[in-house]
Write a protein that binds this ligand. Structure first.
Ligand SMILES: [Fe+2]
Ligand SMILES: [Fe+2]
Length: 270
């Protein structure tokens, strides 16, 4: 089974960057599944339906959110609850009366006779604006609930800030063959690794976004904040036409083992 992963796609210009690069990457890797993160896809905020549909046009298999889950939620609740939804939400987002969360929080997707279980979790450290359940307890429960014979491989997106929390998760799952990847920090890391127990990991896949930026922001809009701690005005997106498309190609054998990881980092301009 082959899977292609793109993460933290940032806003309009960089949706265009993905559209420009994705077909050549599909041809190169010939994936069964393509996974995309839409946490920042609508001007840096959670997705609106129009942009989800744009990703569907790219034949994306499944999309995940992150800490921006609440931003545009009322606008896409019907889509998320529909049978056709290709979006899953974080499994450990704390349900609350003030803002009930729609949609599914894991999914088994099927293609070419292969079945991939995709799970999405939020970290609990330094993610101050979202309330979450303990991610370790949650993943343990999820894996006990789902019949092992119903899928051929597992992918876990752990959207987090703290490297310690993520590395702990990689070890926590060490006996469960899977691909466990971090997202949210926007910078691709050089630490991909396959454990002897066939768990593949990478701390962060990296974003699809503006190359010359402060992980997406225009430096001049955050300059004062860096100097004084006070944000003056809105943080603006960098509109630099140079972009980076980060991602990773993953291969599984039929017995759920993650056997190959190949990250890519394409720099180009629109
Ligand atoms: Fe995020
Ligand atoms: Fe992000």
């Amino acid at each position: 089974m082959k899977v292609l992963v793109f993460w933290d796609i940032y806003g309009r210009i960089w949706r265009s960057a993905l559209k420009k690069e994705i077909w050549a990457l599909r041809e190169k890797y010939n994936p069964d599944f393509v996974l995309v993160n839409i946490d920042n896809i609508s001007s840096g905020r959670g997705a609106i339906e129009k942009h989800i549909r744009e990703m569907e046009q790219l034949d994306v298999s499944l999309m995940m959110w992150g800490d921006h889950i609440l931003d545009n939620l009322p606008k896409i609740t019907d889509y998320l609850n529909s049978e056709e939804s290709k979006v899953i939400r974080p499994a450990n987002f704390l349900e609350q009366d003030y803002y009930p969360i729609a949609g599914k929080w894991f999914k088994i997707i099927e293609k070419n006779g292969k079945r991939l279980l995709v799970i999405h979790l939020l970290g609990s450290v330094f993610m101050n604006h979202v309330w979450v359940e303990n991610p370790y307890i949650k993943i343990d429960k999820i894996l006990k609930e789902i019949d092992e014979d119903s899928y051929d491989a597992i992918v876990l997106d752990f959207h987090k800030e703290a490297s310690s929390e993520w590395y702990a998760m990689a070890h926590f799952l060490e006996k469960t063959p899977a691909f466990v990847f971090g997202t949210h920090t926007h910078v691709q890391t050089n630490d991909e690794l396959i454990f002897p127990s066939w768990v593949g990991v990478i701390w962060d896949v990296g974003m699809t976004g503006p190359l010359y930026s402060v992980i997406w922001a225009d430096f001049h809009s955050v300059r004062k904040r860096m100097l004084t701690g006070i944000q003056k005005g809105k943080i603006e997106q960098s509109l630099d036409k140079n972009y980076v498309v980060n991602g990773i190609f993953v291969e599984f054998w039929d017995d759920k083992k993650c056997v190959n990881l190949e990250k890519f980092r394409i720099r180009n301009s629109l």
